[in-house]
Design a protein around this ligand. Structure first.
Ligand SMILES: C[S@@+](CC[C@H](N)C(=O)[O-])C[C@H]1O[C@@H](n2cnc3c(N)ncnc32)[C@H](O)[C@@H]1O
Length: 273
């Protein structure tokens, strides 16, 4: 692939998802875009880049498909453990601070195939709490999988305690399906973190993990500012283990004594009242 073609793909991915593709990732392009090349009958990535640049009919759908194919969708149940231990402690406090009858609202932003949203559902269920979970992602393909709620043996072996597997999933043709009552606690919708979201309302907890890491600092700041519009003043934002707000200009401050958890700065929280 020529440097020009690589630059075409990198610009497309950055504009659509925010992800920064570095030249050492060119091997990934070959692997991920192979099926699309075959389907379109194109000889290689240069021809695909040329088709994009020509803005031929259908280029918009193609561009979208390429951006989706190049996202990194790695996820697992109870990923990194600690944030979920924290959430387990946090849920009763949030519940106590809300009027009776008001359901807790939790957002798994960049939810991938749904393991994060369903981990949250299991914690709510363990505590006998009612909650509404929203999972959003850019990629339609992962959202379809999340909605289906069916996971392979390999996926359920990563991070999911066996008691929870037995309690909340049933086996189906060599795979594992989440129980309908947990499935019903979550809905999954397409949303791009780079864009303001209309009609989402406020959440008590936002998980936005292992996605900012792929963005450059201005994009991280942009996304962090947008997320702040959707957190209740006493709510908590969880970022991934390698992600932080430190060194960025944002409305968030680290939560004392809790790694990976952030709250709105006092000024920001005051604005929300
Ligand atoms: C590595 S996965 C993280 C999944 C989950 N949050 C976790 O930590 O296990 C990153 C997800 O972010 C999504 N993503 C990337 N850029 C996005 C954007 N601009 N808006 C929404 N989702 C995005 C990808 O499609 C992918 O599913």
């Amino acid at each position: 692939m020529t440097p020009d073609s690589f630059a075409t793909f990198a610009a497309l991915v950055r504009a659509r998802s925010g992800m920064v593709l570095t030249p050492d990732k060119d091997y990934m392009l070959e692997g991920r875009l192979g099926p699309l090349l075959r389907r379109e009958g194109l000889p290689g990535l240069d021809a695909l880049a040329q088709r994009l640049r020509a803005a031929a009919p259908g280029a918009e759908a193609l561009a979208r498909e390429i951006a989706e194919a190049l996202t990194i969708n790695e996820s697992s149940f109870f990923r990194d453990g600690k944030p979920f231990d924290h959430l387990r402690r946090l849920l009763p406090q949030l519940r106590a601070a809300r009027p009776a009858g008001q359901r807790l609202r939790l957002w798994s932003a960049a939810c991938s195939t749904g393991q994060e949203a369903y981990s949250i559902a299991m914690l709510l269920r363990e505590q006998g709490l009612e909650g509404e979970i929203l999972g959003t992602d850019l990629s339609r393909e992962v959202l379809e999988r999340a909605r289906e709620g069916v996971f392979t043996q390999f996926e359920v072996q990563r991070g999911l305690p066996v008691q929870m597997l037995v309690r909340y999933f049933r086996q189906e043709g060599g795979k594992w399906r989440i129980l309908p009552e947990l499935r019903a606690m979550a809905r999954f919708e397409e949303a791009n973190l780079l864009e303001p979201q209309r009609g989402l309302g406020l959440f008590d907890v936002i998980f936005c993990r292992n996605v900012l890491i792929y963005f450059d600092p201005p994009t991280k700041e942009h996304v962090l500012a947008l997320l702040a519009r959707h957190l209740a003043p006493d709510g908590v934002l969880f970022l991934g283990g390698a992600e932080t707000v430190l060194g960025l200009s944002s409305p968030w401050v680290p939560m004392a004594g809790e790694r990976g958890a952030f709250v709105l700065s006092p000024q920001e929280a005051a604005l929300a009242f």
